[in-house]
Design a protein around this ligand. Structure first.
Ligand code: G4F
Length: 344
């Protein structure tokens, strides 16, 4: 998002929480840009948000702050809910008091649909969250609506299906697979032994896209009047602003992701067994196995989005296909790619 805003000529203030070890790998390349500033804050510290909004008086406020790993949200439900919902309330309050013309975007999720009742899921699908994370996002969306309608704020929350990239965190299934393949390819090249990639539910279906496509969608949601006539008059905002679904409109199992990824890494083999005994075997070695420790207390079995509304109304469309997403992530994690980047 910061890359996109800077490419459009905007000044960006990136809020970071203080940590004892640095966690800047995804924005290191921006640190020497004159239009990029890092500021300390925490969306759960109302004072810090209030001061930042007052001092910066931003045109846009994009809130991606969250405990965003669904799998962990049962272990730390309170932190997940506080960051996902209460933090949003603090951002909205700071904007209402200090900068009411600032446009606010909050990251919503297809996890809000949860236990889905129809496919594909569009903006009208009911919210039936299956995790503390999904519940927090539903609460946040209600707060955003209340503030939009009560105070006439340009405040919206998009419902984004899974979005990945070469910068994805390593605990999420896509990056776990591509990093794991990188590790195994390196071991094979050195004739070393290796552990398989241990995963949970291989039958889960997700609608995966590349984050680069989605940040453009977020930008369009923040600037709806450029694309939609009826949003031109700020007085009509609470009624005319829309909150859109972003999705590829395709769904694939975790297993299909693995198949494309292994093919890209030229690892040939076959699946055998079922359930917890399922494995992908190549030349007698187990490459992927199932470990029940990665099963969730409640799973969202299928997510499949319908993003036709934003495609029609704001002219958005994704450019990177599912297959290219997988290939890009694998290429990035193969050992030669890392060596070329001087990271090995
Ligand atoms: O990659 P995941 O952990 O992503 P999940 O839970 O779908 O959530 C992501 O997408 C949401 C939008 O829909 C975001 F709101 C959220 O912040 C996050 O970005 O898991 C994807 C699927 C799940 O069904 C999970 O059970 O993969 C399955 N899976 C199977 N084995 C695994 C594993 N997930 C993880 N993380 N690790 C495994 O070993």
């Amino acid at each position: 998002m910061a890359d996109l805003c800077i490419s459009k000529g905007h000044e960006v203030y990136g809020m970071v929480r203080r940590t004892s070890t640095s966690n800047d790998i995804n924005f290191k390349h921006l640190l020497d840009k004159p239009k990029f500033h890092l500021v300390y804050g925490d969306s759960l510290d109302g004072f810090s948000i209030d001061t930042l909004v007052r001092n910066i008086n931003p045109d846009y406020f994009v809130n991606f702050a969250a405990q965003s790993f669904v799998g962990c949200s049962w272990d730390i439900p309170e932190e997940t809910f506080l960051a996902g919902a209460v933090g949003v309330l603090k951002c909205l309050e700071a904007i209402r008091k200090n900068s009411p013309n600032c446009r606010f975007y909050n990251a919503g999720s297809s996890e809000q649909f949860g236990d889905v009742v129809y496919c594909p899921q569009d903006e009208k699908h009911p919210f039936r969250p299956r995790s503390p994370y999904g519940a927090a996002k539903v609460a946040a969306q209600a707060l955003v609506k209340v503030y939009r309608e009560s105070y006439n704020l340009y405040a919206i929350q998009g419902m984004l299906f899974n979005h990945e990239s070469e910068r994805r965190g390593e605990e999420f299934v896509t990056r776990k697979i591509t990093k794991g393949i990188g590790r195994i390819v390196r071991a094979l090249q050195r004739s070393e032994s290796f552990e398989p990639i241990k995963l949970g539910n291989l039958d889960a279906k997700r609608d995966w896209s590349h984050s680069q496509d989605f940040v453009e969608g977020v930008w369009r949601m923040l600037n709806q009047e450029k694309y939609r006539e009826e949003v031109k008059i700020p007085k009509l905002w609470p009624k005319s602003l829309r909150e859109y679904v972003l999705s590829s409109n395709e769904t694939h199992t975790v297993r299909e992701f693995i198949d494309i990824a292994l093919k890209e890494a030229a690892i040939e083999g076959q699946w055998s067994g079922t359930g917890v005994d399922e494995k992908f075997i190549s030349n007698g070695s187990v490459i992927v196995s199932v470990d029940p420790k990665f099963f969730r207390p409640a799973e969202v079995d299928i997510l499949l989005g319908d993003s036709s509304l934003i495609r029609k109304e704001l002219g958005w469309k994704p450019n990177i296909s599912f297959e290219n997403l997988v290939k890009r992530m694998v290429k990035n994690d193969l050992p030669h790619a890392k060596e070329a980047q001087g990271q090995e």
